[in-house]
Design a protein around this ligand. Structure first.
Ligand code: ATP
Ligand code: MG
Length: 657
């Protein structure tokens, strides 16, 4: 399939970092040059700076078994030691590692010493339950500190964690347990959702009800005290097993290529794949990007990544990188609207959060709720804002900057220099950031992820694999192996080769379309499978969605191509309105005209459907595949990864109505 899209939307706004920000930034522009001149030297250097190795490595990269890379292969390193013990040894034991905020308002603080002790106890307990190096542990927990403790305890003893998002069903959990042959499951009685207790353990019970599973023990954290069914042969309370375990545990280094975890991709496009990450390279790139992309100053920053640990963002930028970098972070259990729509801003004000990392879906939701909510909180502590997961529409980027990034207190004071915004493109497969600006260096542009991070070689190529010029679009690829890259798909190496390495000889194909603008900056245009072909013009879903979202009527938009006899495909847009339009206003005509003027007549949606909600995955990504089914009048396909399965019914109803 051809991903080349007509280059239609133009963006002329650019925001240079302030002199003050650049002066104290951790990264300067020389980093790009250094990495480009000697990529492997740069990564070797970074590996030794960011991690403490038990055994130093002699070889940086072994690519002889491409496309399976070995990074730092003869080195040995322990992830948990790097995230915990070494900070305590360096006198930082009293620094807060995690400020936990439960949804009902209960709080817990873990210093680095306390977290180290908790992880040592968990490591001892796991070992006493027979979990050994290389065994798999399924983690089915809410966003509570025990999730991080479990992951780090696994890493400490060399067990491989497989975190399954707590919102997934018993079936999804069982298939992941079976696929990885997990020996231990760690779960909780439940969690809190919008002020109500929500159960978790029944899904584990249901998943394990059918014989023939690999699980020997289920550890249960008591989170909300609700009644649970108890299976004496499997179940053990966390408190009775872990809190009583010895707090002495020595971490030994594991081979750099020892698997750290398996994580199933979110399933936006199809059957989830068990992505394998190993220890050394993954940790190096996660820690390095966390420091550079967010300009992390661990002694003074308070970092908050809002992602659930069920996603890769929660792995890299909650569990691993912030702790390896010795930072203080916030962890929040609940939803942004509980008990009120200002909860996130209240948390930022309370803990003095300096770096916020979230997803466009959240930003668009806050836009819909209105700026008066964040305006009534003091967000002056914020100094870097990040985005991940989907393209951030320029309109949402500007709102993030103007409303959140300039808030300097409750009284409506504004900052002189808005906080930089970093849009980060990466995937479960890449392990860590791949394309992102450096906040003290790059002049940022609303809607573009812009530049490969130092040491990463990203390119945009045409169908033949030839780099496109500035101003042109094509396929996003990665040309050289990188430290955080996946090492395969669990149990299916052929699928690994086929999915990522068969489209272009010797290049990793990410599955996304992208373009380079006149400055050479990279814009993500959506999945190549979603690119539309209208009368021979290639149109990007992202660009038309961004145009719609820029109209004051529209809160959110999703665009798909529906088969059309005359034009090949027709653009169909689904929109959620932000306001009630004036009486007599023809919203559809107005929005069609707006897109026509903004992008060009060819991009005008043939149909615009006003809907109450859009189908999204549980990580908040729009599932265009399902909307395409609707637009083409088909039965809606597999919707099991949908966050809210009533959405498709609502859409069908609103179309009939
Ligand atoms: P699956 O692979 O199972 O379909 P998924 O691709 O949604 O699920 P992730 O690995 O969580 O699973 O997401 C990576 C994808 O998200 C990228 O390939 C890209 O399409 C999109 N993405 C992530 N960050 C950005 C960003 N900053 N800008 C644009 N797109 C992004
Ligand atoms: Mg993907």
């Amino acid at each position: 399939m051809n991903a080349q899209t007509d280059n239609l939307l133009q963006e002329n706004r650019k925001f240079k970092p302030s002199a003050e920000f650049s002066a104290r930034a951790v990264a300067d522009s020389t980093r790009y040059e250094r990495a480009a001149n000697d990529r492997l030297g740069y990564w070797a250097d970074t590996a030794r700076k960011r991690l403490t190795w038990d055994t130093d490595f002699t070889q940086v990269l072994d690519w002889s078994e491409a496309p399976v890379a070995k990074w730092f292969a003869d080195g040995k390193v322990n992830a948990a030691y790097n995230a915990l013990d070494r900070h305590v040894e360096n006198g930082l034991g009293d620094r807060v590692a995690i400020h936990f905020e439960g949804e009902p308002g209960d709080t817990r603080t873990y210093t680095y010493s306390q977290l180290t002790t908790a992880v040592k106890q968990a490591a001892n307990a796991f070992e006493s339950l027979g979990v050994a190096k290389g065994d798999r542990v399924a983690v089915y927990l809410p966003m509570i500190p025990e999730a991080v403790i479990t992951m780090l305890a696994c890493a400490r003893i060399g067990a491989i964690h497989s975190v399954v998002f707590g919102g997934f069903s018993a079936d999804a959990l069982r298939s992941r347990i079976d696929d990885a042959q997990a020996k231990l499951v760690v779960t909780a009685d439940g969690t809190w959702r919008r002020g109500k207790p929500s159960a978790l353990k029944p899904a584990v019970d249901e998943a394990l009800a059918k014989e023939g599973h690999s699980v020997q023990n289920v550890l249960v954290v008591k989170r909300n005290g609700q009644d649970v069914a108890w299976n004496d042969s499997l179940d053990k309370w966390w408190a009775e097993t872990i809190d009583t375990a010895s707090a002495e545990h020595t971490a030994v280094g594991h081979e750099a290529e020892h698997p750290l975890f398996v994580l199933y991709t979110s399933g936006t496009t199809g059957k989830p794949k068990g992505i394998i990450h190993t220890t050394g390279g993954y940790l190096v790139q996660a820690a390095a990007t966390h420091r550079d992309t967010f300009d992390l100053h661990p002694e003074s920053d308070v970092f908050w990544c809002t992602a659930d640990i069920g996603w890769v963002t929660g792995h890299s930028y909650v569990t691993y990188a912030p702790l390896i970098n010795g930072a203080t972070q916030v962890m929040y259990e609940g939803t942004p609207d509980s008990p009120h729509q200002g909860r996130w801003w209240e948390i930022i004000e309370k803990y003095g959060v300096t770096i916020l990392y979230t997803a466009p879906t959240a930003i668009r939701t806050f836009m819909k709720w209105g700026r008066s909510i964040p305006d009534s909180f003091d967000l002056s502590s914020l100094r870097v804002l990040g985005s991940v997961g989907e393209s951030i529409n320029p309109e949402a980027w500007m709102w993030y900057r103007d409303v959140i990034g300039t808030n300097n207190g409750k009284n409506g004071e504004r900052k002189d220099h808005p906080t930089p915004i970093v849009d980060t493109w990466w995937q479960t497969e890449t392990g860590a950031h791949m394309i992102a600006p450096l906040p003290g260096v790059t002049a940022t542009k609303p809607g573009s992820a812009q530049t490969p991070v130092p040491g990463i070689t990203v390119d945009v190529v045409d169908e033949m694999g030839v780099s496109v010029g500035n101003g042109e679009g094509g396929f996003l690829v990665i040309r050289d192996p990188w430290p955080g890259m996946l090492r395969g798909i669990w149990g299916d190496m052929d699928r690994y080769k086929d999915t990522y390495w068969s489209r272009f000889e010797g290049m990793y194909f990410a599955g996304d379309g992208a373009k380079r603008d006149e400055d050479g900056d990279i814009w993500l245009l959506g999945r190549v499978d979603d690119v539309m072909n209208v009368s021979g013009h290639r149109l990007s879903t992202t660009e038309i969605e961004s145009s719609l979202v820029a109209h004051p009527y529209v809160a959110e938009a999703a665009v798909v191509g529906a088969k059309d006899e005359t034009t090949g495909e027709a653009v169909v847009a689904f929109v959620i309105l932000q306001i009630t339009p004036p009486e007599g206003e023809d919203v559809v005509a107005t929005l069609r005209a707006h897109v026509g003027k903004d992008i060009g007549p060819i991009a005008k949606p043939r149909h615009i459907l006003v809907v109450p909600e859009l189908p999204k995955t549980r990580s908040g990504k729009i599932m265009r595949r399902l909307l395409k089914d609707v637009a083409e009048g088909r039965e809606v396909g597999d919707a099991t990864t949908l966050a809210d399965n009533t959405v498709m019914t609502q859409i069908a109803e609103s179309m009939r109505g």
